[in-house]
Design a binder for this molecule. Structure first.
Ligand SMILES: Cc1cc2nc3c(=O)[nH]c(=O)nc-3n(C[C@H](O)[C@H](O)[C@H](O)COP(=O)(O)OP(=O)(O)OC[C@H]3O[C@@H](n4cnc5c(N)ncnc54)[C@H](O)[C@@H]3O)c2cc1C
Length: 387
């Protein structure tokens, strides 16, 4: 029997693993991280590389190690050029990824890695039974659910007709490498992911690139106010006993579909150079038209493009899918009206069953899905573990 099994080896799962190992709450032999990929944080790496992101949005102190300054020290010790960008010290992506790899090696995260997909979890007698495809049933005293949302891409309703006609004309950045042969691209989305994608295509290809968003640029430094990482806003959040109200606070706090001033300036410069067209309009429909996709807007105007690239985020649903819903129902685990887990202060859902990331947002708050949220979750879960 394992002492801890972590389901999902993304930023969230690996941060908790690194914490548990670092604080000697578990030995490498007693910890297992289960994830479909062959290495830690693969989903993060593939999506951020695909969109050509070069610097993170979050500041230098947000990373996976308990010491807030460790990334700064790492940058200095390894002599990186331009390791941090601007006033907030946003880290260089390649450095951040290398730093994570080195941290995982140091803490022994890779020694606990098991490739696989969890298909069900059931309560045993004082333990949890975790079923993994092609491996079978494993037992653990404690389980952390860190499944994330990035494997649940959101396809807007208007893509349906075109997908039925010519599925390949529509790609989602969460899913696959973007077709690099197209002569024209329309990138869909108003947030920072679409901004990076449009910028990268405009800079790296000779294709005609159009960014389509339905609202004017929303300029925000971060995707939620840093006050949500401390008592400034979290005190009120935790005093709120009604989970619908907590959900409302999260909704209002998230700067959804926002971008930084820096990337807005980059997009404007590309627009002025004629490398990028920016359209602000509501899409009504899209259909196949003489070997291209026609995108039709609500005001009746339209454009044609060879390749639609969706940067429309994840589906608005409870992460994990059916097996997780089944676990909640068979074990009578408490859920809020929005379907998300109600957790205690250690992010425990049931005895020895913990959640991190999106699944923990009704306890961790609006920053739960981010790197800073991963550290908050790891701190809380680690503090629950007696050692
Ligand atoms: C383009 C982009 C840029 C971002 N930039 C920043 C930033 O600068 N700063 C910041 O703080 N945040 C940022 N974020 C937000 C967030 O930090 C990332 O989305 C991060 O990858 C979330 O980590 P995660 O572990 O929750 O999810 P993921 O990275 O998706 O990892 C979850 C893992 O769980 C696995 N899994 C799912 N189901 C199962 C199962 N049944 N069995 C086993 N494994 C399973 C998945 O396959 C995946 O490998 C960004 C997000 C995106 C999309």
């Amino acid at each position: 029997m394992y002492k801890w099994i972590i389901v999902g080896g993304g930023i969230q799962g690996c941060t908790t693993a690194a914490y548990l190992l670092h604080f000697k709450k578990v030995s490498k032999e007693q910890l297992l991280i289960i994830d479909p990929f062959d290495e830690p944080i693969k989903k993060w790496k593939s999506v951020t590389n695909r969109i050509g992101m070069t610097y993170l949005r979050s500041p230098s102190v947000h990373h996976l190690d308990p010491d807030p300054y460790s990334l700064k020290k790492y940058a200095k010790n390894n002599d990186y050029a331009g390791p941090f960008l601007g006033y907030y010290g946003r880290p260089r992506l390649d450095m951040f990824n290398q730093y994570c790899e080195d941290l995982f090696k140091e803490e022994g995260v890779m020694d606990c890695w098991q490739q696989g997909v969890v298909t069900s979890i059931e309560r045993g007698i004082e333990h949890w039974n975790v079923s993994v495809n092609e491996i079978g049933r494993l037992e653990a005293e404690n389980v952390v659910l860190a499944v994330g949302v990035n494997d649940r891409p959101h396809y807007p309703d208007w893509t349906k007709t075109l997908m039925d006609q010519q599925a390949g004309r529509v790609q989602h950045v969460f899913e696959e490498p973007v077709n690099d042969n197209a002569k024209s691209y329309a990138v869909i989305g108003g947030g920072i992911t679409s901004a990076h994608m449009a910028k990268t295509l405009a800079l790296r290809t000779k294709a005609q690139v159009t960014l389509i968003k339905r609202h004017p640029f929303r300029l925000k430094d971060f995707d939620s106010d840093p006050g949500w990482l401390g008592p400034k806003y979290l005190n009120r959040f935790h005093k709120t006993k009604c989970y619908s109200k907590r959900r409302q606070q999260i909704r209002e706090a998230r700067n959804r579909g926002s971008i930084t001033t820096g990337i807005r300036n980059d997009l404007r410069a590309l627009e002025q150079e004629g490398k990028l067209e920016i359209i602000t309009n509501e899409i009504l429909n899209a259909k196949s038209e003489s070997n291209k996709a026609a995108v039709i807007f609500s005001d009746g105007s339209s454009i044609t493009t060879e390749q639609l690239v969706l940067a429309t985020g994840a589906e608005a649903c409870v992460p994990g899918g059916d097996w997780l819903m089944e676990l909640a129902s068979t074990c009578n685990l408490p859920c809020a009206p929005c379907g998300f887990p109600k957790l205690n202060q250690h992010l425990e859902w049931g005895n020895g069953l913990f959640a991190a990331g999106a699944l923990a947002e009704l306890e961790v708050g609006p920053a739960a899905r981010n790197i800073a949220g991963a550290r908050k979750a790891a701190e809380r879960i680690t503090s629950a573990s007696g050692g």
